[in-house]
Design a protein around this ligand. Structure first.
Ligand code: BG6
Length: 512
């Protein structure tokens, strides 16, 4: 078996590596199954898992939604979603096996009778398909629906595991709006579900390249000696998107870029980049190291100088004319929600003292790219003429999370020929696509399978979520006192405030 075999979970305790990673008898119940996330990500991921032979033959898939559909109608809906977005080839044999376990339950969250029907459907799957009482409930619904769904599940006896059967709940972000609401959400969910049965999804942790941060740092000997304040000047974590908010006005307005992705994806990337080596890759050991980093984060004293916000105005995205945020359908024309956010954070540990971490994210930027750039200090002495090194930048290691997943190293090399010595930046590149023939599974494939296996390392804990809000809350409170965010033209790299923020520190943003 090679390392990229689907049987091996690289974040599993090494003692378990021989165990096949096929889910046992079970079903997945999706609330909000007609929504975008389910159609674009969850249903195709379920099919891809089945196609890879990682789901049990008895697998059950139950959709729960308000629409007045029959199971036949729902099966067509699932098939369209799968055909549209599946990663692996569509095979009739996989599909015809999956179809036997598909059910639809019509109802609203406040209707106990609908949950009785759900309970009957689950019992029917247990009896006829052999799902053996093992069921995962995916809350692909707004957080305000979590309490009522949780309570209904409890009332219909579906929420608690017992000795022979497990029940798990999968919660999609946002995990609250701030620390207080996150704690309240947690209280509500933990009243119903056992804490070990709660899986919070941060889909970035399911991305292969994010897991590769750990491989890069801890499977090699050449990075760790320089991965600290002796050598690193600063770190830039960028998550840029070229899309706008699409049809998500209802979710996005009032939430904004920082709550949408910094609180979760970017702080998780930062924690993985900055943490110490974990004792093992078990959930407990990983979370111990990540929480140390998040606890050691220090906010800058002056937030007006060390944070920046922006909102996209009209512009061009390639050849496509883009409307400004305030003209998007469903957005309040006086909205002050930011679609771009940049913040500087420091990590108060010996390893990172004096090394700023700059995090930025935005919609309608120049292109779609997520990367972690570790920028090194200049060599302490350069035995060259000043003119020879004028085009030499700082050395850098850039982990490209997406697209074109891989790692690039930037360093100086002699320009060939010429009478005088001249040194210029060059790069050395590792690309997943070129080095491996297997394509990476989608993040949701990985995460859904981990839930069905009860394998928790890739899911943030309550403590991580709370610590992340502790970091973000003062920034949000400060921004709430300001007026309209600075406008930036769609298709550019964000507001000038963000450039000025780095320029004040004598640095500049990388052009990814
Ligand atoms: C989601 C955010 O978590 O991540 C979206 O809510 C964002 O606003 C999306 O577009 C980006 O995900 P990915 O995997 O395409 O980088």
């Amino acid at each position: 078996m090679n390392e990229s075999s689907p049987w091996i979970n690289p974040l599993r305790d090494p003692r378990d590596l021989r165990m096949p990673r096929i889910a046992g008898p079970c079903s997945l119940v999706i609330f909000g199954v007609t929504g975008d996330l389910s159609r674009k990500k969850l249903l195709p991921a379920v099919y891809d898992l089945a196609n890879r032979g990682l789901l049990p033959p008895s697998f059950g898939l139950i959709g729960f939604a308000r629409r007045d559909w029959t199971t036949e109608h729902f099966v067509d809906f699932v098939k369209d979603a799968v055909r549209d977005r599946c990663r692996t080839p569509f095979k009739e044999s996989t599909w015809s096996n999956l179809i036997h376990g598909i059910r639809f339950v019509q109802g609203t969250f406040d209707d106990p009778a609908a949950f009785d029907r759900l309970s009957d459907t689950v019992a029917e799957l247990d009896r006829d398909r052999g799902t053996r009482g093992n069921h995962a409930f995916y809350m692909s619904v707004p957080p305000k629906a979590f309490p009522i769904v949780s309570k209904q599940l409890a009332a219909s006896g579906l929420a608690r595991s017992d000795r022979d059967a497990w029940r798990r709940v999968i919660i999609e972000k946002p995990f609250g709006h701030d620390l207080t609401s996150a704690k309240e959400l947690d209280r509500v969910v933990s009243e119903v579900f056992d804490p070990n049965s709660v899986f919070r999804i941060d889909h970035y942790l399911g991305k292969e390249t994010v897991q590769n941060i750990l491989a890069l740092r801890f499977a090699n000997s050449m990075y760790e000696p320089i991965w600290n304040s002796n050598y690193v000047d600063h770190v830039q974590i960028t998550m840029a998107e070229d899309i706008g908010i699409g049809g998500r006005a209802g979710y996005y307005d009032g939430i904004g870029a920082a709550r949408d992705v910094i609180q979760n994806h970017l702080l998780q990337l930062m924690a993985l980049t900055a943490m110490e080596e974990p004792v093992s890759f078990s959930a407990a050991d990983l979370t111990a190291e990540k929480t140390k980093v998040l606890s050691a984060v220090r906010l800058p004293k002056d937030l007006s100088l060390n944070t920046a916000r922006g909102q996209y105005g009209p512009g061009w995205q390639g050849s496509h004319r883009a409307v400004g945020y305030l003209d998007e359908k469903g957005i309040d024309p006086s909205s002050t929600t930011e679609t771009y956010a940049a913040i500087r954070l420091d990590v108060d540990t010996r390893r990172w003292a004096g090394v700023p971490f700059y995090l930025r994210t935005g919609k309608r930027l120049g292109k779609r790219v997520t990367e972690i750039a570790v920028i090194f200090k200049r060599a302490p002495h350069l035995p060259f003429e000043q003119t020879a090194v004028r085009e030499l930048g700082n050395n850098a290691i850039v982990i490209r999370v997406q697209p074109d997943e891989g790692v690039t190293m930037r360093f100086g090399a002699k320009v060939p020929g010429g009478t005088a010595m001249e040194v210029r930046d060059v790069s050395m590149d590792f690309s997943y696509g070129r080095s491996f023939t297997e394509s990476s599974p989608e993040a949701y494939e990985r995460l859904i399978l981990d839930v069905l296996l009860g394998d928790p390392p890739l899911f943030p804990t309550t403590e991580e979520v709370n610590l992340s809000w502790r970091i973000l809350d003062p920034i949000e409170e400060f921004w709430a006192t300001l007026g309209q965010p600075q406008s930036y033209r769609s298709g550019t790299w964000g507001p000038s405030e963000a450039d000025e923020m780095l320029a004040r520190d004598g640095r500049h943003w990388r052009m990814p």
